[in-house]
Design a protein around this ligand. Sequence first.
Ligand code: C5P
Length: 342
Amino acid sequence: MSVTVRSFAKINLGLRIGAARDDGFHELLTVYQTIGLHDVIQVSVERGDGIEIRCADPRVPKDDSNTCFRIVEKAMGALRAKGHVVVEIDKRLPVQGGLGGASANAVATLLGLERAVKKVLPAAEKLRIAAEVGSDLPLFLVGGTALGVGRGEQVYPLPDLPATSCVVVTPEVGVSTPMAFAAWDRLCEGDGQQPAELRLAGQPGAAVPTQARKLTVSNASDRMNELGRVLSAWLSKPYSGAPFGRGRAENPLLELVRAGIENDFEQVVFPEYPELSDGKRALLRAGAKYASLSGSGSTLYGLFALREAAVQATAKLRKQGWAAQATATLPRRAYWERIVAG
Ligand code: C5P
């Protein structure tokens, strides 16, 4: 039996990096938002045993380092299922792009596997397995708008917001997430050095010398608290009695991002990749109400009040040479309605 699942991407609406923990991870506070761009995952269970990953994209690993491989290994045991599992990945999202592509692929694989073996794991068990594979997998078991805390793996559904037009720009560079966290630590330590290894091997280095701003550790935790306060204020706006979003002055998602939320990764990624800072400026010049790096990048996104404005901005950005795609944020209900493709 073969099951096809859409593996939707996410963006981060603000991301604050807190203290480095003893386990090597960092405390995080972010709002995840699923969007309409997706890969397609096909899961089949045949006679035999073993796990096989198929993908035409040579950048996607086919061995046990693949997140889909790792989740199948864990889930087959938990499901007490047997068979030869084949996962086919139709890669449409950028690899290493800040859209959570590999994480979404793994969660889609888990959901497809449950259907293929006709067994279901309890929600808490799925969340546990997902978090073991990576910090930004569990969000894809919630979908829509979700608060992420801990190392990003503790997720809480936020009110389901109306779809908002969005333009995603995917520059060709890939940013290493662990290296971006390491660069953040150096920034907090205040040595002002941008580590050269933030740029992945084989890519040309930034020509401009970088001057990082010194951030003390307490500054960093103040910044985290500040995002917490912005979120609380936004969530506790007087409830009008209507579903979230109605009776408000404007689109609640735009209201949130306009309250001044930022992605801390921009401070270490932009100096190393000036072209990404240019991409954010290009989105704003093209009419985005808000633009930001997603996760540690290299994807940038812009939010628009109207679909027409997003489509026009996409055409304008493409003319300027940017790889831009118009899409929309994907509310939780639509996420779950659309996830199983057949
Ligand atoms: O959890 P995930 O596998 O996505 O994390 C990849 C790496 O990113 C971790 O090994 C760690 O170096 C870094 N990371 C972090 N703090 C987080 C999430 C990830 O330092 N909250």
